[in-house]
Design a protein around this ligand. Structure first.
Ligand code: COA
Length: 187
């Protein structure tokens, strides 16, 4: 789906702008995928794995997400540059369409400015606007205290742990935690 674009003010006073992705964003999104993969261990890819992302692949993804009624992507811009992306998606399956998955990753220079908080407010609003959604779900990797703090602040609670779900290049094994946030509906 195409989201209604909006603006907000960062903790440092700058303005941020959020909208759905378009073809004009593709080169910068490809850069963002590469750079963000090298700035933190807490995303599920290394920079050298980003070769699989292509202009055509991103175009197909954006076209699909923008046309779908069960997914949305939020692109956040600061001073005209992409600061990060966030998305929400839910299945159409009768047994699982009450569960929406969400994810977010920002470039390092934009951490701790309140972007995650504002994007999550929007993801929660989208979930609340779709009456069949009863819970939002996400995963984070052990040690990602910033992400965990954000998610707990936004009402997510740990629901389970997958031991040794991630293996870094040096062999370090890290757990992956699943979190759930219930959407309360009037009976
Ligand atoms: C995790 C991430 C999405 C958070 O977004 P953000 O815009 O930096 O978060 P915000 O600024 O909105 O809020 C972060 C909160 O955590 C707090 N925080 C920051 N670092 C923290 C830490 N190490 N431990 C605990 N809390 C921390 C901040 O004080 C802030 O709380 P407040 O608003 O009550 O002051 C972002 O940092 C990011 O993209 N990181 C890299 C990729 C990533 O880890 N993605 C998530 C994968 S699950």
């Amino acid at each position: 789906m195409i989201i209604e674009a909006f603006e907000f003010t960062l903790k440092d006073g700058r303005k941020a702008f959020v909208r759905s992705p378009g073809d004009e964003d593709i080169p910068e999104v490809l850069d963002y995928l590469y750079v963000s993969s090298g700035e933190t261990e807490f995303v599920l890819r290394y920079p050298e794995e980003c070769g699989k992302y292509t202009w055509e692949g991103e175009k197909a993804l954006f076209d699909r997400v923008n046309a779908a009624d069960n997914e949305a992507m939020l692109v956040c811009f600061v001073e005209g540059k992409i600061a990060g992306l966030s998305n929400i998606a839910w299945s159409k399956g009768l047994k699982t369409r009450h569960r929406a998955s969400v994810a977010i990753a920002l470039l390092r220079e934009y951490w701790n400015l309140g972007i995650g908080t504002r994007l999550f407010e929007e993801l929660i609003r989208i979930a609340e606007d779709n009456p069949q959604i009863l819970q939002m779900e996400l995963d984070f990797i052990e040690g990602n205290s910033r992400a965990r703090a954000l998610y707990e602040k936004m009402g997510f609670r740990i629901a389970g742990v997958k031991p040794d779900a991630v293996r870094l290049k040096d062999g370090t094994l890290l757990n992956e935690y699943s979190m759930v946030r219930k959407i309360h509906r009037e009976a």
